[in-house]
Design a protein around this ligand. Structure first.
Ligand code: PHE
Ligand code: ZN
Length: 884
């Protein structure tokens, strides 16, 4: 140990240290005696020595367990026959096959971490991924140990009438003493992280699904009785996902029962436990007056995501946690495709890429940068990241693009054929894809080993005499990574060349016949630099590259305002049209910020206003597309592109651009509002959703004019809203205005919704993200509101999370009060809920990109957190990486 290290320093786990377990567990029988003050868990494990590992004791994981007894083959072990050291129980001499029985007491009633067995709204529930099962009983708590489970749950009949676990319900009996018992059996082998149990007062909204082979599956959504009228959308989403997986991937559901339980206290979005998903209620409950159109899409996407895990995650799982993207990247890819099929493909793609760039590109450029398959971790909880999930999905998307839809399906079929019932690696997935298609995907592995967002620098040269266009694409090392570690990636670049008339040109390679050439191609890059020469061109084309973001790169291509406006108007790829607009508006805001920082004035160009006007009035755009195309890049996203981030100049510049666009197109905006504003009763069909989106965006722009007329229109929109989409949009707009209607609307909203936690979260968030002066003070007051609690993750995220992640100018207030507030929150939470605290601690990850003064203040905040006595390993890992 060096002088700097301390005994308390958490241990780092490395991917290459993987060793198979010394024992397998074939089956598990669990008994739960649930109690108000302590729960007793009895576990009987059928153990079998792993022949590949001839030696070694049995080592079990356990955390915060009070061990009552340990017995082997019916004989209780004495003190000397096993050891418990910290979080490990070791038994040295065991026969090759035996049954181990342990009895432990645990305390769900005081479990604030929300990992293991805990209480939410008085009901028992579990969360075991990644390492929560060890907080329930002694176990080989690692995903490569797969077993069948039988579960007996005993509890007070009155207080806990509903007792659920994985698989099929196989028995129930009254125990006579006011308690009852329900037994469950899961016939499929699973890793411990997929175990689940729920006990409490719940009611279900149910429906049937008939599988492709004609079996009937009962689908149940379990909620507190007063929420029964908010379950239908989740149920329909589940049924749609089941059908889609049959149609697209030939995957049928395997049990006769599928349950989803909504709980209010949950660290993440939802969990795919076999046959018994447990969800954050945010992704289940939806009614038009309580949930927005976006919330509805969120429910549909998450329900589908968890359902798709049944095959990509549960039937085929991960060998170890470094392989997490094997199930998450693939399942995100599947849910994204599903949502695209349910709604609009380009709209979904734009939303996904916007999120990727905002969260994942930022992560890639900061201290938490890691490959989609990380090399090491201190706490696995910290690696449920945008990189593992969203970039992981982009990597799968590239496989799909490279192999084509049919080739990808062949690869999936082979993957399931080879690995059903197994715990496997990302390499196994890649091998199945390659083998099913006779392709070499060896170089493609680099996407799994290299961190960072590669830059792709494009240059084009038109030779008028020869009629050729040479396109050179060069891969550059990601920012923050070492040049000597960067090796060329295998990436597909979907592209076209747009002619002066706005039409895609035929793409004949030099030496090929131009006639019949496609107007769009996928270029396969495998080298650092490659040049492609297209022939038969009569005029200089405008390149449209990486269409649909065909690879997760930062495309660098010099384009002036005129060219971007041209692509915004003409690119045949809807995604690239949007992207051209984002580049255009982004460049204007950044130029404005630079001017303001210098103390200069700046003007929004006429060209910019005209490009914007074209978007507002383009009859070919649907309302969702229009609203996306009208949205300016956020301050957070633009900050990533500034040399030294100046939050004030950035904020002022973005505001000024917004206002100038609104002033320049007020007539068109008003016409758009008139055409799209609510008329008649709420409906949730696609056209109505589209209309709501464009109406709300138009009104938000008009509100920038700060005229009494438009402020009154926003207030009236709020007062007249018959659905949460309009109500929230209007209130969000009012929250950015310093007008009396803001306070009045906030009070009305509160009075109406104070009894509905999910809607109340919105009320908190809208205030926490207001950029009006004094944001940190207002947020501090919100944290003292009687409805605020540190014990509910959604509530904490709606105040502190929203402020730190979605109120750039407020969080970075020059006096440092925003930093103090967030650091205080991390310190307040880190003992009780380390996972949540560590997410918030990540808000400081980019401090090095800000001015000296802010850097110092953020560094000070990090150091204050680092100095906390007994800092949890989750938070430790985040702050130490940041400070390194
Ligand atoms: N596996 C869950 C999902 O992606 C996410 C999750 C991870 C939930 C860890 C809880 C704990 O759907
Ligand atoms: Zn998942």
């Amino acid at each position: 140990m060096t002088a700097l290290e301390t005994a308390a320093e958490p241990r780092e786990i490395h991917r290459l240290d993987y060793r198979p377990p010394t024992f397998w567990v074939d089956s598990v029988a669990l008994e739960f005696d649930l109690g108000e003050e302590g729960t007793v868990v009895t576990a009987r494990l059928s153990l079998r020595r792993n022949d590949e590992v001839a030696e070694g004791p049995l080592e079990l994981d356990g955390e915060e367990l009070e061990t009552l007894s340990v017995a082997v083959d019916g004989r209780v072990l004495g003190q000397g026959e096993y050891t418990i050291e910290g979080e490990r129980l070791t038994i040295p001499d065991l026969p090759a096959r035996c049954e181990l029985e342990t009895k432990v007491r645990i305390h769900p009633e005081s479990n604030t971490q929300l990992s293991g067995l805990y209480l939410s709204s008085g009901n028992f529930c579990t969360q075991c991924e990644a390492e929560g099962f060890r907080r329930i009983t002694w176990f080989l708590d690692r995903p490569d140990v797969m077993a069948t489970y039988t579960v007996a749950i005993r509890a007070d009949k009155q207080r806990y009438p509903v007792l659920l676990s994985n698989g099929n319900r196989v028995g129930e009996r009254d125990l006579g003493d006011g308690r009852h018992e329900v037994r469950w059996e899961d016939p499929f082998v699973k890793p411990s992280y997929l175990f689940a149990l729920v006990a409490g007062q719940l009611a279900s909204h149910a429906g049937d699904f008939t599988t492709v082979s004609g079996r009937t599956v009962r689908c149940e959504i379990w909620v507190e009785a007063h929420n029964l009228d908010k379950c239908d959308h989740a149920l329909r989403s589940l049924q749609a996902a089941m059908r889609w997986d049959e149609e697209q991937f030939g995957r049928e559901y395997d049990l006769d029962l599928y349950m989803i339980v909504a709980v209010d206290d949950f660290n993440m979005g939802a969990m795919e436990n076999k046959g018994l998903n447990i969800f954050n209620s945010k992704f289940v409950l939806a009614r038009p007056d309580t949930a927005t159109d976006d919330d509805y899409e969120g429910v549909e996407g998450v329900v589908a995501h968890e359902y798709f895990h049944n095959w990509t995650g549960n039937r085929v799982t991960c060998r170890d946690w470094f392989q997490l993207t094997l199930k998450e990247g693939l399942t995100v890819f599947r849910d994204q495709r599903f949502s695209a099929d349910m709604g609009s493909e380009p709209v979904k793609r734009i939303e996904d890429v916007a999120m990727l760039r905002l969260r994942q590109y930022a992560e890639d450029a900061g201290p938490m940068a890691h490959p989609i398959r990380p090399e090491s971790y201190i706490s696995m909880d910290n690696f449920y990241t945008a990189t593992v999930y969203e970039k992981g999905s982009e990597v799968i998307r590239m496989v799909d693009t490279l192999l084509g839809r049919d080739g990808f399906r062949r690869g999936m079929d082979l993957y399931f054929e080879r690995h059903d019932g197994q715990a496997v690696t990302c390499d196994d997935f890649r091998a199945a894809m390659a083998d099913a298609n006779g392709r070499d995907l060896a170089q493609f592995e680099r996407w799994y080993t290299q961190a960072g967002t590669p830059r792709l620098v494009a240059t084009g040269r038109f030779d008028a005499a020869a009629g050729t266009y040479s396109l050179t694409l060069r891969q550059e090392c990601p920012t923050g990574q070492r040049e000597e570690d960067f090796r060329a990636l295998h990436m597909p670049i979907r592209m076209g060349l747009i002619g002066p008339d706005g039409a895609d040109q035929p793409l004949g390679f030099e030496g090929e016949a131009a006639a019949g050439a496609p107007t769009e191609r996928v270029l396969e890059l495998t080298e650092r630099e490659q040049t492609f020469v297209f022939a038969g061109l009569t005029a200089e084309p405008v390149p449209s590259l990486a269409r649909g973001l065909s690879a997760p790169v930062l495309l660098e291509l010099e384009e002036d305002e005129q060219r971007l406006a041209f692509r915004l108007a003409h690119d045949s790829d809807a995604f690239n049209r949007w992207d051209a607009g984002q580049r255009l508006f982004g460049a204007a805001i950044l130029a404005g910020a630079a001017a303001l920082a210098r103390g200069d004035e700046f003007q929004v160009s006429k060209g910019l206003v005209e490009a914007f006007r074209a978007v507002v009035t383009d009859p070919s755009l649907d309302g969702s597309m229009r609203s996306l195309a009208m949205a300016l890049p956020s301050e957070l996203e633009l900050a990533q592109r500034m040399e030294i981030v100046d939050p004030d100049a950035l904020h002022r510049a973005r505001r000024a651009v917004r206002r100038a666009l609104a002033e320049g197109t007020r007539t068109e905006l008003a016409a758009l509002w008139e055409r799209a504003k609510p008329s008649g009763a709420y409906s949730n069909d696609r056209a109505s959703i589209d209309r709501r989106r464009e109406a709300n965006v138009a009104l938000a722009y008009l509100s920038c004019l700060e005229s009494p007329e438009w402020t009154a229109a926003v207030a009236a929109h709020f007062d007249g809203a018959d659905n949460m989409t309009d109500s929230q949009a209007a209130l969000a707009t009012l929250c950015q205005l310093d007008v009396p209607d803001r306070q009045r609307a906030l009070e009305a909203f509160y009075a109406k919704w104070k009894g509905d936690p999910l809607v109340l979260d919105k009320w908190f968030t809208l205030q926490a993200t207001s950029v009006l002066p004094g944001a940190p003070t207002r947020v501090a007051a919100l944290a003292h509101h009687p409805d605020f609690t540190w014990r509910n993750p959604n509530r904490v995220r709606s105040v502190v999370g929203a402020f730190a992640m979605a109120n750039h100018s407020g969080f970075h207030s020059a006096d440092g009060s925003g930093y103090t507030l967030v650091a205080d929150a991390v310190i307040e939470l880190q003992g009780a809920n380390p996972q949540l605290a560590s997410r918030l601690a990540g808000s400081f990850n980019h401090y090095k990109r800000y001015d000296q003064h802010r850097q110092q203040a953020m560094r000070g905040a990090l150091e204050r957190i680092a100095a906390v006595d007994g800092l949890s390993k989750d938070v430790y890992e985040i702050v130490h990486r940041a400070l390194a």
